[in-house]
Ligand binder design. Structure first.
Ligand SMILES: Nc1ncnc2c1ncn2[C@@H]1O[C@H](COP(=O)(O)OP(=O)(O)O)[C@@H](O)[C@H]1O
Ligand SMILES: [Mg+2]
Length: 271
């Protein structure tokens, strides 16, 4: 079976005026659908955006960062099915059927659950169904992770890391991370077209004083990318707001930053 490509869609790509940008979601679905059909690639989508969608539906005019944990979980529970409804419709326009899988860090610490996740994902792919995966925010106990002593190997932190763990577990051919900047920028704000993890680690140290890092967004992407790269998976970080970038990345072109896989990939047995 052809190796699948994992695509991670960040909140930043799906946000418009504090709510869900349905047009952006439809464009992403179109680019994936067209590539899937013309090149017979198989894709797995890891998507954020449940909270944004829930905020819209509930008419709450706050940023996700201004919500309490309980409000976030409640909003995600409202938003997740509505977000899926948009994906079902958007992919349905192109004749592609989708499925939803919600996971927590705890699921991945239990070997049988983790194996079931992999088997279900592969079964969906072999039936031509596109798996759409997100963290199950409504029950996720991210803030309690230390108490439960969950191995750092399976800490999602956010969907960047989840997408990297999934890429490694299903032996993806590539991980494509969509965000709202053109890729990884260096200390002078120039786009880094290509890098390996040794260079990125140096860059992270140099940039750690920069205020932009307060958002933590790119650091988590670099960590996730290097997790995947260490397992032999190339990673593209691209601007998901620009039409055509995803299509190019799915053709194997570098439309942002390419993080090269390490030559001697570590063995892929994670647990
Ligand atoms: N060196 C850097 N290169 C690229 N982006 C950076 C850098 N430092 C900070 N960032 C910020 O990281 C953000 C992307 O991460 P994040 O906000 O978490 O988006 P997403 O929702 O896609 O995960 C960018 O919008 C940018 O402001
Ligand atoms: Mg982020």
């Amino acid at each position: 079976m052809l190796k699948p490509v994992v695509i991670k869609v960040g909140t930043s790509v799906l946000e418009l005026n504090g709510g869900l940008n349905v047009e952006a979601l439809r464009r992403i679905a179109r680019e994936i659908s067209e590539s899937t059909m013309s090149q017979s690639i198989r894709t797995v989508l890891v998507t954020s955006g449940a909270i944004l969608t829930g905020l819209d539906a509930l008419g709450i005019r706050k940023k996700p960062s201004e919500l309490t944990l309980r409000e976030k979980q409640m909003t995600a529970a409202v938003g997740q099915p509505l977000l899926m409804k948009e994906y079902i419709e958007a992919f349905g326009q192109h004749g592609i059927r989708v499925a939803q899988i919600l996971v927590t860090e705890e699921d991945f610490t239990i070997r049988t659950s983790f194996m079931n996740f992999i088997r279900t994902t592969k079964a969906l792919l072999s039936h031509g169904i596109l798996p759409i995966i997100n963290e199950n925010d409504a029950v996720s106990v991210r803030e309690l992770v230390n108490v439960f002593n969950v191995s750092s190997m399976v800490r999602f932190g956010d969907n960047d890391r989840l997408s990297a763990i999934i890429s490694s577990s299903i032996h993806a051919s590539r991980l494509i991370i969509l965000t709202d900047v053109d890729g990884i920028l260096d200390a002078e704000n120039r786009l880094i077209k290509e890098a390996d993890c040794v260079a990125l680690e140096k860059l992270t140290k140099r940039l750690s004083g920069k205020s932009a890092y307060g958002r933590g967004g790119i650091r988590s992407k670099i960590e996730a990318a290097c997790f995947a790269a260490s397992r032999g998976i190339p990673v593209n970080i691209i601007n998901g707001k620009v039409e055509g970038n995803l299509r190019a990345a799915l053709r194997g072109e570098n439309a942002g930053t390419l993080i090269r896989p390490m030559k001697a990939a570590l063995t892929t047995k994670t647990f």
